[in-house]
Design a protein around this ligand. Structure first.
Ligand SMILES: Nc1ncnc2c1ncn2[C@@H]1O[C@H](COP(=O)(O)OP(=O)(O)OP(=O)(O)O)[C@@H](O)[C@H]1O
Length: 226
């Protein structure tokens, strides 16, 4: 589905633009359709950087990314954004919900960007996904009135509303207590099994790693399959 080949990424220090911080070096990863991948690693090793590159949110300095058999750097900026919007859903540790929008409006955002469905069709799709995630009763509620687990369900609903093939999650259970973590992981597992959703999750959580079918550790020596 998506292959990263010999990826390198450095950041320029704003305080000293002449020096750079090498974060990823020669990373190769093949994500196959139907995979459930967990990526472990110590804090600051570059997991989020890697996830941003996998999710086409950021570009590597060197190396190539292949989507099926096409190198993504041959895509125009417009095509690149289209592929990302249609193919990939994102979930973050801090949910990233828009506070002055209701649950319904938050979930509607990717559909408005995709610009494929009319208002009536959008409503249908949003209610379907809210029902699937068992939060349809919160349709008109603002994020501040939701529990952490409910916020993450809304974030997952927003990530899924465009029916992506790949769901990328950066510490999705990092802000949740253990019961809610379990509930969210059950939900992701169900989506993986029933909807054939491909999952790539960065985590410190051993329960996530136990559920994945491939576990990688990112360290200074590279990305290694455990
Ligand atoms: N935009 C940026 N500009 C400069 N340095 C950055 C930037 N983003 C990340 N870094 C640095 O790159 C390194 C890797 O960061 P990254 O967030 O990818 O690590 P991580 O493994 O996800 O960490 P954590 O587990 O703590 O979230 C860190 O040293 C971080 O300070």
């Amino acid at each position: 589905m998506l292959t990263l080949s010999h990826i390198c990424k450095s950041y320029i220090h704003t305080s000293n633009p002449k020096s750079s911080l090498k974060v990823l070096e020669d990373i190769t990863l093949e994500i196959k359709s139907g995979d459930y991948i967990a990526i472990l690693g110590t804090s600051g090793v570059g997991k989020s950087t890697l996830l941003h590159i996998i999710g086409l949110l950021d570009k590597p300095d060197r190396g190539s990314i292949w989507l099926h058999d096409q190198a993504v750097d041959t895509l125009s900026n417009k095509e690149y954004t289209k592929v990302r919007n249609e193919m990939i859903g994102f979930v973050f540790q801090d949910f990233k919900l828009i506070t002055d929008m209701t649950v319904f409006e938050n979930v509607e955002i990717p559909l408005i960007y995709a610009n494929k469905l009319n208002k009536h069709q959008r409503r249908q799709r949003i209610m379907d996904v809210l029902e699937q995630l068992q939060i349809s009763d919160k349709e008109r509620v603002f994020p501040s009135e939701l529990s952490g687990g409910q916020k993450q369900r809304v974030a997952i609903a927003r990530a899924l509303v465009n029916k992506p093939k790949l769901l990328i999650a950066d510490e999705p259970t990092g802000n949740l207590d253990s019961d809610i973590t379990h509930e969210i992981l059950e939900l992701l597992q169900r989506l993986h099994q029933e909807e054939k959703l491909t999952l790539v999750i960065v985590t410190h959580d051993i329960e996530v790693a136990e559920r994945a079918n491939k576990v990688y550790r990112l360290s200074e020596t590279g990305l290694n399959l455990l």
